[in-house]
Ligand binder design. Structure first.
Ligand code: ZN
Ligand code: ZN
Length: 390
């Protein structure tokens, strides 16, 4: 049990890569500089590089020995539209953009693993190093799959990793099964009849009807979903009217839904439509209902999760790998890759409190460079165990 000595030896180099990427954040499908850096580094390690999947995606292929087995390791390249409030030297030089989710660290860790594996070559098979754009909001992982990722670079399993603020350094967290929620968006357009506000009986009020729909949607979660299963419906926008003495013609309601299973997701969509259209019809109005499925549920498959646990335990010891890491209602586009291949998404501790406890998507967040040796060692160990020399 230990982190890889060779990786510890170049931890300063990984830190420098990470901080350079942090200082130059780029968002969805515009990760050109980051993509250039990743491609250059992989080539300098003697790894074959393919570019252009999902515009800025990079895939490095390292084949060692004579086995035809292959696995994929995935990191994300993109930053967020957040204005950074940190004051350290590697602060964002791109105003309004920031690596507030630690994807700079994910990229550096996977590059570190690529460097180590290309130098030590203690495995038999092929590793596909997958660097994807646009994890935040724009589903770059889905686009890479649509662009033929796994047809061009076949793998038997694919693995992902995310840093976890609040989880101590040197610890990992993971679970078998649904681990992150589906993320869907809905849009309800209510059409009524405008009138003078003093004469509501001459119109059909979309605001009162909309308010009733918002209230009734809460009952889809509390009365239609099995209480044992997780479901979220959050109305986040309600737009109607421009005047105090006019009942408007229309109202628009939008929001997001989350679930940890496909069946709950299906139920939510069907019940929401019934509720919105039924309540509108009851009051003589109409409701158009649009439901957009954005990110699927992220499901870790059993065999691959046990392999991930074994590799993490080899790096930090059994007591430092939580195998019952709680699921969250956040979402993650690595879920698209897990629809195509079995695999596992693991959390690596970013530290507590001052050491890196600041939550992701916060303007004061920073990836904890001390976590990189653990993450990179996990990647390396996973490859050496899964594609073992025999
Ligand atoms: Zn994020
Ligand atoms: Zn993230």
């Amino acid at each position: 049990m230990a982190v890889k000595e060779e990786i510890v030896a170049f931890a300063d180099e990984m830190r420098a890569w990470r901080r350079d990427i942090h200082a130059h954040p780029e968002t969805a499908f515009e990760e050109n500089r980051t993509s250039d850096i990743v491609a250059e580094k992989l080539e300098s390690f003697g790894i074959d590089v393919h570019r252009g999947l999902a515009k800025t995606g990079v895939v490095g292929t390292l084949a060692v020995g004579n086995s035809n087995r292959a696995i994929g390791l995935r990191a994300d390249l993109d930053a967020l539209d957040i204005h950074e409030e940190n004051t350290f030297d590697h602060v964002s030089t791109n105003p309004g953009k920031m690596h507030a989710c630690g994807h700079d660290g994910h990229t550096a860790m996977l590059l570190g693993a690529a460097k180590y594996l290309s130098e030590t070559r203690r495995f038999n098979g092929t590793v596909q190093f997958i660097f994807q754009p646009a994890e935040e909001n724009e589903a770059g992982g889905r686009v890479m799959c649509e662009d033929g990722l796994f047809e061009l670079f076949p793998v038997e399993a694919v693995y992902g990793m995310h840093n976890q603020p609040g989880l101590p350094l040197g610890k990992f967290g993971v679970r078998v099964g649904p681990s992150m929620a589906s993320a869907d968006m809905f849009d309800i357009q209510i059409s009524g009849k405008g009138s003078h506000a003093a004469h509501p009986h001459q119109g059909a009020d979309p605001i009162v009807t909309g308010a009733e729909i918002v209230t009734a949607l809460q009952r889809v979660v509390s009365r239609s979903a099995n209480p044992i299963e997780a479901a979220v419906i959050s109305v986040t926008q309600f737009h109607a009217g421009t005047n105090t003495n006019v009942i408007p013609e229309t109202a628009n309601i939008k929001g997001t839904c989350r679930a940890l299973s496909r069946s709950v997701q299906d139920m939510i969509e069907a019940r929401m439509e019934q509720v919105a259209k039924g309540i509108a019809a009851a009051h003589g109005l109409t409701a158009d209902f649009t439901y957009d499925r954005r990110y699927p549920v992220l499901v870790n498959t059993q065999d691959e999760t046990l392999k991930a646990i074994k590799a993490a335990q080899s790096v930090v010891g059994e007591e430092n790998v939580a195998t019952d890491h709680p699921p969250t209602m956040g979402s993650e586009d690595f879920a698209w890759m897990l629809l195509e291949r079995p695999g596992c998404y693991i959390r690596v501790g970013n530290g507590e409190g001052e050491d890196g406890g600041c939550v992701v998507h916060n303007p004061l967040y920073d990836f904890n460079d001390d976590a990189a040796v653990y993450g990179a060692s996990y990647w390396a160990e996973l490859v050496e165990q899964e594609l073992s020399l025999g």
